[in-house]
Design a protein around this ligand. Structure first.
Ligand code: ADP
Ligand code: MG
Length: 245
């Protein structure tokens, strides 16, 4: 599904990802863990297609195609979904307008007719129930004044509406209380079809109490330095990251 080979990335002339290699097959759940500032979010930005993050070496193949030559919307139409660690606030655009627009953009790509508000609202409300979001958030401006946890729910709501194949979830667990974490982890598990691939990014293992990964990778100094199973996450919880330097 996703093949990253010897990837190097820089932002503002600063090298952040160095020689990162990672391979994710269809159906698998991978977790990338690592201390602050090692380049985890940089990886998610590169996958999303953020223009400030420049691939200087290496390859990213998504379903066999060169991801780096695809625009962010082509990536999304191709089934890639990236939830951000710090979701954007967009003043003047209601959540409903935004969510209906992304839903209809996907429908247009599938040659389906545009869906009006009346038809869209029941679909939206069903997904909002899944992520534990109250109806008042439909009319609020996109992420404006949302708490950290509310922003994360809104990210998973977008994921539920877009029906992606490959999901990158960057620190879904940060800023969430235990109940919100349980709800969102349940939603993420519920949305996981057998043919979908997940890449979770986190620096705490607590989300792994709810979402069970097939592989755990440790990222340090801009590359993957160790790969294991869930027991590696337990070991990191006990010993921290320093022993891997
Ligand atoms: P992580 O998600 O692992 O905590 P990040 O990928 O966010 O780490 O950041 C890795 C490093 O890259 C940090 O030192 C950060 O300050 C730097 N960095 C990320 N984005 C930018 C940017 N736009 N400009 C300058 N430095 C950046
Ligand atoms: Mg980060």
């Amino acid at each position: 599904m996703l093949e990253i080979q010897n990837l190097c990335v820089e932002v503002n002339q600063k090298k952040i990802i160095r020689d990162l290699t990672l391979s994710l097959r269809q159906g698998e759940i991978h977790v990338v863990m690592g201390p602050n500032g090692v380049g985890k979010s940089t990886l998610s930005q590169v996958l999303a297609g953020h223009p400030a993050y420049r691939v200087t070496e290496g390859k990213i193949l998504f379903k066999g195609k060169d991801l780096t030559t695809m625009s962010p919307e082509e990536r999304s139409f191709g089934g890639l979904f990236v939830s951000f660690q710090h979701p954007m606030e967009i003043a003047g655009i209601s959540n409903l307008q935004f969510l209906q627009a992304i839903y209809n953009a996907k429908r247009k790509k599938l040659n389906l007719p545009k869906m009006g508000e009346k038809e869209f609202l029941p679909i939206l409300k069903e997904k909002m129930t899944l992520v534990g979001m109250k109806e008042e958030f439909i009319k609020r401006n996109m992420n404006e004044g949302f708490s950290g946890g509310e922003k994360k729910r809104n990210e998973v709501l977008q994921m539920a509406l877009l029906d992606p194949m490959f999901c990158v979830l960057d620190e879904l667990d940060s800023g969430l209380d235990i109940d919100a974490l349980k709800t969102l982890a349940h939603a993420v598990n519920f949305l996981k079809r057998a043919d979908m691939t997940y890449l979770l990014i986190t620096h705490y293992s607590r989300i792994l109490n709810y979402i069970k990964p097939d592989f755990v990778h440790v990222m340090m100094g801009g590359k993957i330095v160790k790969t294991g199973d869930l027991s590696l996450a337990d070991e990191l919880e006990k010993r921290g990251y320093d022993w891997l330097i």
